[in-house]
Design a protein around this ligand. Sequence first.
Ligand SMILES: [Zn+2]
Length: 302
Amino acid sequence: MVQASFNIDLDTLADDVDSHTWLIRADGLPAITYNRVLPRFIDLLDRHGVTATFFVIGRDIEANAAVLRQLAEAGHELANHTMHHDKQLVNLAADDLRDEIVECDSRLSRLAGGPIAGFRAPGYTVTPRVIAVLRSLGYRYDTSLNGSLAYSATKRLFKAVRLQDKSYVTCQPVADHFGPRNPYRMGDSLTRRDPAGTIIEIPVSVIPLVHYPFVTSVLLPFGLTATLWGLDRLIARGRFVNCGFHVNEFTDPADVAGRSDRFYYTSKLMRTPLAERMRYFDTLIAAIKARCEVVLLRDVAA
Ligand SMILES: [Zn+2]
């Protein structure tokens, strides 16, 4: 039986507006995400009796400590998603890059009462400099490498056509899209295996043939049948099912009344009614639970 992980990036609604032009007042958005949106995902996990890995932005920890502590106590895993979710993380000066990872780590480990095992970079863009910081902190895994050619092409297109803010996204070098497809011990280059490596890379699952990432915000618009077909392809090839969610997929237009068109990704997802999205997630989680051994990412890197 192949292994699978449910994991979710807690990018709040504030991370989905234009961070340079600030089209809306975004102060209350992280609170909306944590108090109204996130409970829908937690309910879903509870109903299916499964646990998940939550990638937390350090900036949001203090204000949402009670919710996060409850997650840890319920057996979920808290992992590092940097301090501020800067989409230019990999281009920061060495000290600033390190601070982004270390500050989130120290707040999160204090809250969880123990060491944090894993990391995911904003926008799935990672470099050897990032991995070096993770190694120095004793991290066991990174789960940022996204070898999807379809995702990469979309990102490059987006970067090319968005005239106003070209720095909104950073892209992974194309050569990094051809690494191992299952979790591996990382050597001195991102895509090279090394049995002596201390960091395990748990790559984003890429659906064979179509090369789409197994990330629900990408798959949801294609519908359930296409998503389950992708799951079949992964399982048939014995691939680890790294099922990635983003919390904003659980947003209802009523949560952000009057300004729901201001979000890049969330507004597109919200064109599908929340009830329909919840049925999609419900069926997907049931299908994965029925066919895979569900684990936390830290267990993969144990
Ligand atoms: Zn993120």
